[in-house]
Write a protein that binds this ligand. Structure first.
Ligand SMILES: NC(=O)c1ccc[n+]([C@@H]2O[C@H](COP(=O)([O-])OP(=O)(O)OC[C@H]3O[C@@H](n4cnc5c(N)ncnc54)[C@H](OP(=O)(O)O)[C@@H]3O)[C@@H](O)[C@H]2O)c1
Length: 337
């Protein structure tokens, strides 16, 4: 099979992780990398064995031996470089969140459609076997009807000054950086976009939301709550609670390369159900093997979309729904978008 030739734009943090993934992928090859600095591009190409390195993003887009571009730039630059790449005839896998706001995201998909090229938002957790297995268990009815989805994505960073996540002019903030996972997860599980949504946030002196807590209500009465933040350490376990039991996922967003695991539990029977005397099955831990890095699954899934016409694991309507929610929640907490 012909391998999909990826060009990576950026030599930053996630570009390095994605390059590692491409090297482990079965369907893709790292053809080129571009940076604002030729020196950085050269060092990156050497480390990750990219065939060519460029000191400008435009130079990579002019490379005819690049089929697809991976955009690992600050959020505020996704729109510009995705559109340039699509117009240069490249397929695009763009980092999350797809854009600075919904209007930009809509334009990006419109350009992809008119250029006849694929555009997918890189929400990598959707591609991991652990996520696929969790969805399979939910759909099997093991936990009954889903009623509640709780998730969290928090970390504590002390790096503020040169951190794109603390830059309001770069569409930073916790909702955009990691809240997008929680917002997406609830929609992935329910298969729907929420109706009522709300959030509160702690605003950092830089003007971005540093911590946020949100809630969403879905048709059929499924409720979801989530927390996200960049200035607090937290337990990021996700729970999906149903009428017959619940699923607990200790590492929902980035399961280790060796595989993930989650637990199906049925809780403690309340007194009105007979208390401790009632029979409730004990918890069951499901191990989900994975033989490679999460970004490698993402790269191969993207290749399947481009080369086989497969449906993206992160479809356009999900990206647009996420952006719509991110716009509304940021408006509610007083952050501009
Ligand atoms: N899916 C995931 O697991 C995941 C994880 C982390 C981040 N992300 C997403 O990936 C994107 C990049 O995040 P990151 O953590 O890789 O950020 P980062 O380490 O700061 O890298 C961003 C890169 O963008 C380029 N850049 C161009 N203009 C810039 C400017 N004015 N200021 C700063 N950088 C500029 C730089 O690359 P050159 O100098 O080489 O041009 C820089 O290294 C964001 O959209 C983020 O949400 C996704």
């Amino acid at each position: 099979m012909t391998k999909l030739r990826f060009g990576i734009i950026s030599t930053g943090n996630i570009a390095r992780q994605f390059a590692t993934g491409v090297r482990q992928s079965t369907r893709c090859v790292l053809a080129a990398v571009a940076s604002r600095s030729q020196e950085s591009a050269d060092a990156f190409a050497k480390q990750y064995e990219a065939a060519r390195s460029y000191g400008s993003y435009d130079a990579l887009l002019a490379d005819a031996a690049v089929d697809a571009v991976y955009i690992g730039l600050p959020n505020s630059m996704h729109h510009e470089w995705t559109i340039k790449a699509l117009r240069a005839g490249k397929h695009v896998l763009c980092e999350k969140p797809l854009a600075s706001n919904l209007a930009e995201a809509q334009e990006m998909f419109e350009v992809a459609r008119s250029a006849g090229r694929v555009l997918v938002e890189a929400l990598m957790y959707r591609c991991h076997p652990q996520t696929l297995k969790v969805l399979e268990v939910i759909r099997s009815g093991t936990i009954g009807e889903v009623r509640l989805i709780r998730s969290s994505f928090c970390y504590r960073t002390r790096r503020i000054d040169d951190n794109i996540r603390f830059r309001a002019d770069m569409a930073g903030g916790a909702l955009m950086d990691i809240g997008c996972y929680c917002i997406d997860f609830a929609q992935l599980v329910t298969g729907k976009a929420p109706g009522k949504i709300s959030a509160v946030a702690r605003i950092h002196e830089s003007g971005v939301d540093e911590m946020a807590a949100g809630s969403m209500e879905f048709a059929g009465g499924v409720l979801s709550t989530f927390t996200c933040g960049m200035t607090a350490a937290a337990n990021n376990t996700a729970h999906i609670c149903g009428t017959e039991g619940y699923i607990e996922i200790p590492v929902p967003w980035k399961p280790p390369a060796g595989g993930g695991q989650f637990t199906i539990a049925h809780g403690t029977p309340p007194r009105m159900d007979g208390g401790a005397a009632a029979k409730v099955p004990g918890p069951q831990t499901i191990h989900v093997p994975a033989d490679r890095d999460i970004y490698s699954y993402e790269a191969d899934d993207f290749a399947a979309v481009v080369q086989d016409g497969a449906r993206p694991r992160m479809p356009q309507e999900s990206s647009l729904s996420n952006m719509r929610i991110l716009d509304e929640l940021r408006k509610q907490v007083g952050v501009s978008c």
